[in-house]
Design a protein around this ligand. Structure first.
Ligand SMILES: [Zn+2]
Length: 170
């Protein structure tokens, strides 16, 4: 788990824009970057997001049965499932990002998506996806971002977000 999650350069702005651009549907993206020991504490790791890989939301109606059959999500049945409340990233997109990252010394360190009609907090559906294990960044309808660490037991830890300005930025 990262002690701190940093956004390098314009990554925060790019992420916010690419997620909001998909509104009213949920937007999604992969986060590429690296993990370095913190300058302040050896036990702590700083994860830095260096590239945003925007993805298409490919969620389709059939996907929900997978989620619903594997988990007790009765409270969510009342809300109509659509791309406005669900997202899915194409696994092929993930492979492409992975390949590109390997050439450029970056790893996929997490994913991001938006909740156009909700808070920037992982939903029960988000928790049920194995994909969402690990680092997850969520934007609410106004583009406010929050970072989360999803544990294997599906419990959540909020992450501290920080902005890093590189030399290219004014
Ligand atoms: Zn979500």
């Amino acid at each position: 788990m990262p002690g701190l999650l940093e956004f390098d350069g314009d990554c925060l702005i790019v992420l916010r824009h690419s997620l909001l651009a998909n509104s009213p549907q949920e937007g999604c993206a992969l986060l590429l970057g690296d993990k370095q020991p913190s300058h302040f504490s050896k036990e702590e790791t700083v994860w830095t997001i260096k590239l945003i890989w925007p993805c298409c939301n490919i969620w389709e109606q059939g996907f929900s049965t997978l989620v619903q059959s594997s988990n007790d999500l009765n409270t969510f049945h009342t809300r109509q499932a659509s791309r406005q409340t669900r997202f899915a990233i194409d696994p092929r997109e993930q492979l492409l990002a992975q390949k590109w990252g390997r050439k450029n010394n970056l790893k996929i360190i997490g994913s991001a998506h938006s909740h156009p009609y909700g808070d920037a907090i992982p939903s029960a559906v988000d928790r049920s996806w194995s994909f969402s294990q690990g680092l997850m960044v969520i934007a609410d309808g106004s583009g406010r971002l929050r970072g989360w660490w999803m544990r294997k037991d599906k419990n959540l830890d909020p992450l501290e977000l920080a902005l890093v300005r590189n030399e290219r930025s004014p």
